[in-house]
Design a binder for this molecule. Sequence first.
Ligand code: UDP
Length: 321
Amino acid sequence: GSHLCEALLAGGWRVSILDDLSTGSEQNLKDVLESPECVLHIGQAEDEGLVESIVRDGVTTVFHLASVVGVQKVMADTVQTIAKMQHSTEAVLKVCSRFGVRFLLTSSSEVYGDSERERFREDDPAIIGPSHHRRWCYAAGKLMDEFNAYAYYYSNQLPVTVVRLFNTIGPRQVGRYGMVVPRFVRQALSGEPITVYGDGLQSRSFTSVRDVVRCLIALAECSDAIGKTFNVGGSCEVRICDLAEKVCGLTGCDVGVRHLSYEEVYGEKFDDMRRRVPDTSRLRQTIGYAPDTPLEMILQEIIDWMKPQVAGSGYESGESV
Ligand code: UDP
């Protein structure tokens, strides 16, 4: 969110932020809030009255990013995850529809579920696991958000675009909610072994948050993107065990790897996705661009950002296993 605000302000937009700061930090907004063109409202996206008071004040476009972040949080508080996703999207959609504003929903590559396709395409079916495996509630919740957005598109002509984000990483992301890259970097810089879950042969394609916000803004400004879904993700697929090695190499901290089973991490069986790689041809065709920052460059930026914090006293990672 803070990266999106920076990019919007740099592009001459006026920005109203709504955040309940449940997982974000006001510190991340310190720089953007120095701009007279940027206002922060602290509150919940579920609060329809509050959303309306912001949107009615001349808002033209809503980037709906509010959601629950991180597998760890989803597993630890499933009831809140489902309620928050459902109620916030519903409230924001109702208000946007009332004022006819451009609406961009950030969904997730999680919605592809257990697909075995080489590269996920927007029109692929979603293959979601059973409901008694609570990890799937996030995918189901995001899918429901998408259905809901399209319902407003068809019934109320709301100008909607759905964006499916693939593992987005960058400075300011914390490892507290489970995200692998900030965890690995913090572990290496603190001299702790890197915790690889499962066999480490599962892979992801990591994407720079800077590339992502560039795509979000381009899509919001593009009338051809209305009524469509887009993958936004990088092309550099990496196995998690190789990611651990890269982090050791780039930090210069040869801390070694500690393998943990999913049962040890989550206390129950966990269906992790083996691969998750986007097909970004639709994005390229529509905005002429797709994320392309090399993984090493993104990792180096994260290391440079985290190094002084870990070196300084009292850095609270807030991370569990
Ligand atoms: N992962 C890991 N060690 C960690 C945190 C995560 O091996 O300390 C693995 C996780 O099991 C998954 C991958 O890294 O296979 C990406 O995890 P993340 O939570 O960042 O994203 P997602 O699971 O949503 O792709």
